[in-house]
Design a protein. Structure first.
Length: 227
């Protein structure tokens, strides 16, 4: 009976969090599509058609021209990046999944799914890049589903009420942040419940470490009393 209750909790938490993250991803994808359309319109109006070979020749000429001059190193991966409220809601509401696979970073680690599929995000947005990023989004959604199936099926405390379990509180904060992120004039307010969810995750990790330590301490005390 307990397994059935935990299984239902797992499915509900996974469904809610995947739905919330999916909606945020759709909003971000809509912005990417508009960016691609604006870029294509500006290129068709202001720029002549340049083939890849011609572009390589131009870049090669610029490199040869720059030889002998002072070299300036530009590393976009070290720059401060401003992420959208939708991005923050997804990341802060799913910190374990973000730890396993950093999502939508400008320069994701090479070992991550994002890094293997997409690579560096600061490169110009194209239709091919958009398709790769959608694949990375789907992979991250799968991680979110696994994350909440595990957390929901094995709650840290056997709460009598569903809403008193830590995972439920984090889910509620994520859903509130997702709702605020859909309202354009006040979407920045979505970061507040997202930050609360992130803080709740820290408490969850602390409680996760405290449980085995408490059990070990009780075992030691019990052994000493039995002597």
């Amino acid at each position: 009976m307990l397994f059935s209750i935990h299984w239902k909790r797992a499915l509900l938490l996974a469904a809610l969090n995947v739905a919330a993250a999916g909606v945020m991803m759709l909003v971000l994808e809509h912005g990417m599509r508009e960016q691609i359309k604006d870029q294509e319109r500006s290129e068709s109006v202001t720029s002549p058609q340049v083939t890849t070979k011609e572009l390589e020749q131009i870049l090669g000429a610029k490199v040869e021209q720059a030889q002998g001059e002072q070299t300036v190193t530009f590393d976009p991966c070290g720059m401060w990046v401003h992420y959208s409220a939708q991005h923050d809601v997804v990341v802060f509401g799913n910190i374990p999944a973000e730890f396993v696979d950093p999502w939508q970073q400008e320069c994701p680690p090479a070992w991550s799914i994002e890094g293997r599929i997409v690579g560096r995000r600061w490169l110009p947005m194209t239709q091919q890049g958009f398709a790769l990023r959608r694949r990375a989004d789907l992979a991250f959604l799968a991680l979110i589903a696994v994350e909440w199936l595990v957390i929901g099926a094995f709650p840290l405390r056997r709460a009598l009420k569903f809403y008193s379990e830590p995972g439920s509180f984090i889910t509620a904060c994520t859903l509130l942040g997702s709702a605020l992120a859909l309202i354009r004039p006040i979407d920045s307010l979505a970061r507040l419940p997202a930050l609360i969810a992130a803080f709740a995750w820290l408490l969850w990790f602390g409680f996760l470490l405290w449980i085995p330590l408490r059990s070990a301490a009780r075992a030691v005390v019990k052994i000493r009393k039995s002597r």
